[in-house]
Design a protein around this ligand. Structure first.
Ligand code: FAD
Length: 328
């Protein structure tokens, strides 16, 4: 029987695991992909939006004079896992969590593990939003952007009004692609109807310059309504009158966000709120005692908070559920 099983090896899960190590808990981390799987899918060799102090798990581990790259963050997380000998099983997805007496059974395809408490930190990207239009298929549409080079000289449509879409459009432009950006907002700096953050000024301004120089087409108040073999059909409602526009494109990036997958929690018996995220207390305990949540799965959307909460939750779990021990 483990003291704690953490589901998910992202910033929240890893921060919690480091805290568990300090509290001398017997802790197992189950990660369906690689260490920091979500960060692994960030654009290759690009700086993050955040500064080092917001994403590092140990103060001063990342460059302090500039924003860290995806590679630096991944190397930092991995080095810590190895140095602290965290028990991380990568490539092992949790399929079910069942409350049994005083603890939990956690099932993966490999084994059933037992623990006194479970922390679910599976992130906010479990269910990718799709365009839901005719012609949408994996050959034509990608939902994550990691690299621009394969699209050099190609015509690419980027659909999405958030920072990820805006940044992808910029990287594709830099790599020599012919880019069209289609956003639902009425302007790049307008608030979004999908709760996405406003586009950061350091991403928006170069996009506006590229548009002014005729290197980028931007359709505002627009929506993809059909995907055809070498184009996409947009419905554009600029100035209130809808019109259909054919945008020639070899590929489409639909970077329109994602929602957390809460099925593990729901099937375990934890209550899910109307916004599709779990109900939890100030201590991040779900309605099922002993089952906790942290990170992007909750209403904390950024890495800084995911990291802060991960360790706070473990302190609470240790004090509430387990025998207090001397902290290392
Ligand atoms: C392109 C892009 C850029 C971003 N840039 C920034 C940035 O600069 N700064 C910032 O603060 N935020 C950024 N974000 C948001 C950031 O990714 C999240 O805030 C952060 O990853 C949340 O950490 P987390 O540990 O809660 O979740 P995640 O990092 O998503 O980790 C969840 C982990 O759980 C694993 N998992 C899921 N289901 C299971 C299962 N059933 N069994 C086992 N494991 C499972 C996943 O594989 C994943 O590794 C960005 C997001 C994107 C898409």
């Amino acid at each position: 029987m483990h003291d704690l099983i953490i589901v998910g090896g992202g910033p929240a899960g890893l921060s919690a695991a480091l805290a568990a190590r300090r509290y001398q808990l017997d802790c197992l981390i189950l990660e369906r992909g690689v260490i920091g799987e979500t960060v692994y899918h960030f654009p290759i060799a690009r700086p993050l939006f955040s500064t080092s102090n917001e994403v590092e798990l140990e103060a001063g581990a990342l460059p302090q004079d500039r924003k860290p790259t995806r590679e630096e963050v991944l190397a930092h997380y991995t080095r810590l896992v190895i140095r602290e000998q965290l028990d991380v099983h990568t490539g092992e997805a949790v399929e079910a969590i069942t409350c049994i007496g005083e603890g939990f059974a956690v099932r993966t395809p490999a084994q059933v593990y037992h623990s006194r408490a479970v922390l679910v930190a599976t992130g906010g990207f479990g269910r990718q939003r799709k365009l839901d239009v005719a012609g949408e298929c994996p050959e034509r549409v990608s939902y994550q952007f990691s690299e621009a080079h394969p699209f050099a000289t190609k015509r690419v449509l980027v659909a999405g009004g958030g920072n990820s879409a805006a940044e992808a459009a910029l990287f594709l432009l830099d790599a020599g692609a012919h880019v069209t950006l289609a956003i639902r907002r009425c302007a790049l700096d307008a608030p979004s109807s999908m709760n996405a953050a406003k586009i950061k000024p350091w991403v928006r301004q170069p996009l506006e310059r590229a548009q002014a120089a005729g290197r980028l087409d931007i359709f505002t108040s627009s929506e993809v309504v059909e995907i055809l073999p070498v184009s996409a059909l947009l419905q554009v409602a600029e100035a209130g009158t809808p019109r259909l526009v054919h945008v020639p494109c070899e590929h489409i990036f639909a970077l329109i966000g994602a929602d957390p997958d809460v099925r593990l929690l729901e099937e375990a018996g934890a209550e899910i709120a109307a916004d599709g995220r779990p109900v939890y207390s100030d201590e991040f305990e779900t309605t099922l005692p002993g089952l906790f949540v942290a990170g992007h799965l909750t209403r904390e959307l950024h890495m800084k908070k995911a990291i802060e909460v991960g360790s706070v939750v473990v302190k609470y779990i240790t004090e509430r559920l387990l025998e207090p021990v001397a902290v290392l």
